[in-house]
Ligand binder design. Structure first.
Ligand code: NAP
Length: 288
């Protein structure tokens, strides 16, 4: 029930109607019996600053931020967490007594999913990361925080973008080497114990595609995380399963980045399984 004391959380993006965050967060709020509600706000880029002024005026306690605002929003905030500053993007804003603090929970979500769903307490020394966009940036940051990951092979369709990302996050070039992702890429992936797809290849409506046209580099013992969650069962994950590798879908990361945001806003332990189940129900239906 909405009361006179209901606190408001939400997500801003454009478009935003297809977001699964309202389903996940409202399920979590209900499970904990909190008098809070989470709604989606479609905010056009030209209205971003006004939307944040509204967040202050209406004392909205927290917002998630999605495409296309993750970078532009940084200029409108009072403070940034170390992760958000280093990753260069914000996906969570906390309104702490009128001060807007930007966080990035994507790296945490990815690493935590690899630990929980991927069974990786200790990460392998070699990892391969496909992509150099916003999601790849957060994942690369997360991998670089793990000292046991000695070598990260970053492959991107446009290698110059990969080079730029690697130089920013690994300035000495000690741990990241960059290459070109093409459908036949396999030699650079073969030695990795962990493969992460952070490209949008395989996403609806092109679910018949995989970033690896030749999956012969996938093998037993390898963990394969696909960030794509629409659909959850991607061709890459089917290739991984067939090769005897351990497939991990994007729902775990989605639920865990949301759970971390929930914890920042409420100060309470998030019901991760409730969030995961709500996300699964939402994503089970094809998102068109
Ligand atoms: P983005 O910033 O637009 O980056 C897209 C990446 O995909 C770039 O590296 C791009 O390469 C590559 N790419 C696009 N089309 C390609 C193609 N046909 N062949 C090869 N590479 C291609 O997008 P993003 O925000 O990083 O998101 C990437 C994916 O991660 C999306 O599917 C998104 O839904 C998913 N995601 C999942 C979570 C989660 O919680 N599970 C969180 C965030 C994002 P170029 O640089 O060459 O263009």
């Amino acid at each position: 029930m909405i009361s006179g004391k209901t606190r408001v959380l939400g997500v801003i993006g454009h478009p935003v109607e297809h977001s699964s965050s309202p389903a996940m967060h409202n399920a979590a709020l209900q499970a904990l019996g909190l008098d809070w509600v989470y709604v989606a706000f479609a905010v056009r880029p030209a209205e971003l600053r006004a939307a944040l002024a509204g967040m202050r005026a209406l004392q909205i306690r927290g917002l998630n931020v999605t495409v296309p605002h993750k970078v532009a929003v940084m200029e409108c905030l009072d403070e940034l967490s170390p992760e958000a500053r280093e990753i260069g993007a914000v996906n969570t804003i906390h309104n702490r007594d009128g001060r807007l603090i930007g966080h990035n929970t994507d790296a945490f979500g990815a690493m935590e999913s690899l630990r929980q769903e991927g069974g990786l307490e200790q990460f392998p020394p070699q990892a391969a990361l496909l992509g150099a966009g916003g999601a790849a940036r957060a994942v690369l940051y997360g991998l670089l925080q793990r000292p046991e990951v000695e070598r990260i092979t970053l492959l991107n369709r446009t290698p110059e973008k990969g080079e730029k990302l690697a130089t920013e996050l690994d300035p000495g070039g000690k741990r990241v080497r960059v290459g070109k992702l093409d459908p036949q890429s396999k030699d650079q992936v073969r030695d990795a114990g962990l493969l992460i797809n952070a490209t949008s290849v395989g996403m609806h409506p092109r679910q018949g595609e995989s970033p690896l046209a030749d999956p012969s580099c996938l093998r037993p013992g390898m963990v394969v995380l696909d960030l794509v969650y629409n659909p959850l069962q991607t061709l890459l994950l089917r290739q991984a399963q067939e090769a005897g590798a351990r497939p991990v879908d994007g729902l775990g990361m989605l639920a865990r980045q949301g759970a971390r945001a929930f914890e920042i806003w409420t100060g309470m332990e998030p019901p991760v399984e409730v969030m995961r189940k709500a996300g699964m129900e939402r994503l089970g239906k094809p998102v068109i």
